[in-house]
Design a protein around this ligand. Structure first.
Ligand SMILES: [Zn+2]
Length: 661
């Protein structure tokens, strides 16, 4: 029987990475159109195939293209922007604010093309992406000639391509409708992570993926903190939580899964969820090490991914595959686990399974798409070549070969690189454009990092609200007489409260930055129990002492917001030059004096032990108002002092915030 083909690759060491790990040396493989039509021992294939063109692959391994199971390709433009940071500071403090400012369809297309060049050079033929403007990722990928699962991000925050989640969901739907059935692109929906989505978003994304039968790409159980928060907020860990919200109705591709237990792994197995193991990213961000050996034993489809180029920081799958093997060996104390053939299978066929693309790609088999690479094994670092053990070629590829040994890459039957020359992309032009973006982002960040206020605004949810406060503070020798004067006097009291406050002041060497105060407020019930805790963040502008009577001070609060991140997050993000802790017990009254509302606080500052203070203050919206109120504040103090023994009231002192200057 004679078979016609467009191309016959001969004289290669063929690693099929199929179920049986068939290996042909020398082997031949025939391509027709976009598919593999024959492969096997060279003499057999040569005897039955007539090809228009033949290529001698002497000294090279011919294997399926690698599958990068999780990445964010446009982030090549953000590579090296912020490193050595914790995941939340890195993501919420740097990546997301810069993305909101710069990410556009143009940005995404450029970043994708640069990534495609790097991916092709390291032997990747398919990648699984998650980003914004995913239709532009798709367009650029098609131009580069690669295959990709493109996941349109949906999350609860405003994103560069959508002001609301409804908008991003509509965008995802349109993207999927437009790109479904494309030869190279598999559109997908990508709810970013359980903690960046709402339950409603998770449900909607699952429904969308099911409706169009496309994959659903999500970050899961990446950090211990995520799991801890899930337990706190929902009473269950991440995997049961997303199961409750129907995510497993869809074809799931789960990135990371670092912190999952055996039960959760069984759940993922039951629902045929694919897993993307990202060893470099998990190590770099100290997220931990995924229980990959256990996952593989359970029969889960574990692929390997680089994650985005700003958490890795490259897209080199050779490095990633080697690391996956070494990490499993090193952490288990067993050098036989995640062997070279298994590691390479994870980087190819298992990756395709994880992406739900195993019908199309991931191994060299007749009927599958011609997604293949040639790797030069004649280099110094991969020599010599032993043949007594079949596994030695896998070991050469996994433990010794480098991505730069990839000489030729074919996707869907078309060459995208031959003899190390990229055929679809102009690297030089791309790099010049990337340098221009880097310059703009640098300018933006240099400016932002100079100002505490702009850093605060950048982390989102920030409503900049400028208000002034007229404030007087008086040291007391003892608080009881003053309390009696307030409670039993002639003031109109609107309400009384009791708090315990834990304040952390971030101080900066530049006094113009003001102070940033993180406050934890505990409401104390009459029986002494804590009834409620609140966290707030306030940027207090530089204190202004103008010609107000006595030491009445005008301070300026420029921004106030609920503190939704941990104190540790703010510390690492703002990098204060000094930190001051103040703990106080506060009795607070809201009163009316001369038709004006005031707060009167009676504080016992416990840490540091500063004693007792009377504080009278009122918010104002204008300078004129401030002048009027400062006069009233002075009058109110005189009014109160008339009711207590003079020795109780010491001199006006500066506000506690000022005590620390
Ligand atoms: Zn990721």
């Amino acid at each position: 029987m004679n078979l016609t083909a467009d191309l016959l690759l001969t004289n290669a060491i063929i690693l099929t990475l199929d179920e049986k790990l068939n290996l042909y040396d020398p082997g031949a493989l025939a391509v027709k159109g976009d598919s593999i039509v024959a492969l096997g021992p060279e003499n057999e294939i040569k005897a039955k195939v007539t090809a228009r063109e033949t290529l001698d692959c002497k000294g090279k391994a011919l294997m399926p293209g690698l599958i990068n199971a999780h990445t964010h390709v446009p982030m090549t433009l953000l590579r090296g922007l912020a490193d050595d940071l914790r995941l939340d500071v890195w993501l919420l403090g740097y990546m997301m604010p810069v993305e909101r400012e710069f990410v556009s369809p143009e940005f995404v297309r450029l970043g994708t093309k640069i990534a495609c060049a790097e991916l092709i050079r390291s032997g990747v033929t398919t990648f699984n992406d998650m980003y914004y403007f995913e239709e532009d990722v798709a367009k650029a990928t098609v131009e580069a000639g690669l295959r990709a699962v493109c996941g349109q991000t949906v999350l609860k925050f405003p994103a560069p391509d959508a002001d609301s989640y409804d908008e991003s969901l509509a965008r995802a739907r349109e993207f999927i409708q437009t790109w479904k059935n494309h030869a190279l692109i598999i559109p997908a929906v990508a709810p970013h992570a359980p903690y960046t989505c709402t339950e409603e978003i998770l449900h909607a994304c699952a429904e969308l993926a099911v409706e169009f039968d496309v994959p659903l790409h999500i970050h899961l159980a990446e950090t211990a903190l995520e799991v801890e928060n899930s337990r706190k907020e929902h009473g269950i860990p991440v995997i049961p939580y997303i199961r409750e919200h129907k995510i497993f109705d869809a074809k799931v591709i789960a990135a990371h899964c670092v912190h999952v237990d055996n039960g959760e792994m069984r759940t993922m197995k039951r629902y045929n969820a694919g897993i993307a193991h990202n060893p470099s990213s998990n190590l770099k961000l100290s997220s931990g090490i995924a229980p990959v050996i256990k996952m593989l034993e359970m029969g889960l489809n574990v692929g390997i991914g680089t994650d985005g180029p700003s958490s890795n920081n490259d897209l080199d799958m050779f490095e990633e595959i080697r690391l996956a093997s070494f990490l499993a060996k090193g952490t288990s104390g067993d050098p036989t686990v995640v062997s070279a053939p298994l590691a390479l299978t994870m980087g190819t066929r298992l990756g395709a399974h994880a992406l739900h693309l195993n019908q199309l790609t991931g191994s060299l088999e007749v009927g599958k798409r011609a997604d293949l690479i040639l790797v030069d094994l004649s280099q110094l670092h991969s020599s010599p070549h032993f043949r007594h053990d079949r596994n030695s070629t896998y070991a050469q590829l996994v433990f010794a070969a480098k991505s730069t040994d990839v000489s030729d890459v074919m996707v869907n039957g078309s060459w995208v690189m031959q003899n190390h020359q990229l055929l679809t992309l102009d690297e030089e032009a791309l790099l010049a454009e990337a340098a221009e973006y880097a310059r703009k982002i640098d300018t933006f960040l240099i400016k932002r990092e100079k100002s505490v206020l702009s850093k605060l605004v950048a982390i989102g949810g920030a409503v900049q609200e400028e208000s002034f406060e007229v404030q007087a503070k008086i040291r007391l020798t003892e608080p009881a007489p003053v309390q009696a004067a307030i409670e039993n006097g002639d003031l109109e009291i609107l309400y009384a409260r009791h708090y315990r406050e834990y304040d952390t002041y971030f101080r900066f060497d530049d006094p113009e930055q003001g102070y940033l105060r993180h406050r934890e407020d505990e409401s104390i019930a009459p029986d002494g129990s804590v009834s409620n805790a609140r966290y707030r963040l306030t940027l207090i502008g530089p204190v202004r002492e103008r010609e107000y009577p006595s030491d009445v001070i005008l301070s300026r609060s420029r921004f106030i917001a609920p503190a939704s991140h941990s104190l540790r997050f703010y510390r690492e993000y703002f990098k204060p030059d000094q930190e001051i802790l103040i703990e106080k017990d506060r009795l607070r009254w809201r009163i009316i004096f001369h038709d004006t509302t005031f707060y009167v606080n009676l504080d016992t500052v416990k840490k540091p032990e500063l004693g007792h203070f009377l504080e009278v203050k009122s918010r104002t919206w204008s300078r004129l108002d401030a002048e009027h109120k400062s006069a009233l504040v002075a009058e109110l103090i005189t009014h109160l002092s008339g009711k207590v023994d003079e020795t109780v009231l010491e001199d006006y002192v500066r506000i506690v915030e000022k005590d620390v200057t």
